[in-house]
Design a protein around this ligand. Structure first.
Ligand SMILES: C[S@@+](CC[C@H](N)C(=O)[O-])C[C@H]1O[C@@H](n2cnc3c(N)ncnc32)[C@H](O)[C@@H]1O
Length: 225
């Protein structure tokens, strides 16, 4: 998969991309990530990318020209042009189902906003998908892009050390994950549930399923029919 990120702050990404799962996926050649600074496309002599809103009011708006040129050029850099996604609070809510869908794509282009967001005409001209990571407002789309990238990259075949681990994660089968325990067997008077030490895999599977349902009812009853 190829991921192109368009941002005014490319310096936000190297730490995230250089560690753990994103780093492993890049090193294995499972994902190729290209960062593009939207400012590089500004035709303004001061490389301006934002301007005051028509109608007045606080804040600045991302202007059409640099962003349009950036998106159009980046999409032409490789084949296919990619699934074009703008990060924005009014977008469709990102979730595990959509992460799995995006993991099937050959190429995704993610566009990060800043300030008050994008000049609306950009949406009319490009007709991109709009995605949100939740009902709250971030200062910029970069954190949203990282959340989406992380959720998608870990689903790409070959990325995770144990191939089955993503399949057992919360939301994949519609409920939460079961609780996890590791060494030591006892810690500060609390013992690991005996069933997990039994070696009986049928019983362990049944216990985990029961625990996953119990936790879903307790923490996220909205997920249960
Ligand atoms: C300060 S926000 C703009 C908020 C906008 N004025 C509003 O109230 O809807 C700047 C940028 O952060 C990003 N952003 C903020 N919240 C987001 C969210 N929940 N999901 C995805 N992107 C978000 C978007 O790219 C947005 O253009």
């Amino acid at each position: 998969m190829r991921l192109d990120i368009l941002t005014l702050f490319p310096g936000v990404f190297p730490g995230f991309l250089g560690e753990s799962i994103p780093r492993i996926a890049r090193e294995k050649g499972i994902v190729e990530i290209r960062l593009h600074d939207i400012r590089d496309w500004s035709a303004d002599r001061h490389a301006k990318v934002d301007d005051r809103p028509f109608g007045g009011g606080p804040g600045m708006v991302m202007v059409c020209q640099p962003l349009m040129d950036a998106v159009e050029t980046v999409q032409k850099m490789a084949e296919p042009p990619g699934r074009l996604i703008f990060l924005t609070p009014e977008g469709r809510r990102f979730d595990q189902t959509l992460a799995a869908e995006l993991a099937q794509e050959d190429r995704i282009v993610l566009v990060c906003g800043r300030y008050e967001g994008f000049d609306e005409r950009i949406f009319e001209l490009l007709r991109p998908e709009r995605l949100s990571i939740g009902d709250f407002v971030l200062s910029g789309g970069e954190a949203a892009a990282m959340a989406i990238m992380d959720a998608v990259i870990r689903l790409l075949p070959g990325t995770l050390g144990s191939p089955g681990s993503a399949a057992a994660d919360s939301f994949v089968s519609g409920i939460l994950d079961h609780p996890h325990y590791t060494h030591p067997v006892e810690f500060r008077g609390l013992a690991v549930p005996a069933v997990l030490l039994s070696g009986n895999h049928a019983r362990i599977d049944a216990w985990r399923r029961e625990q996953a349902l119990e936790r879903t009812g307790r923490f996220r009853p909205d997920l249960l029919p």
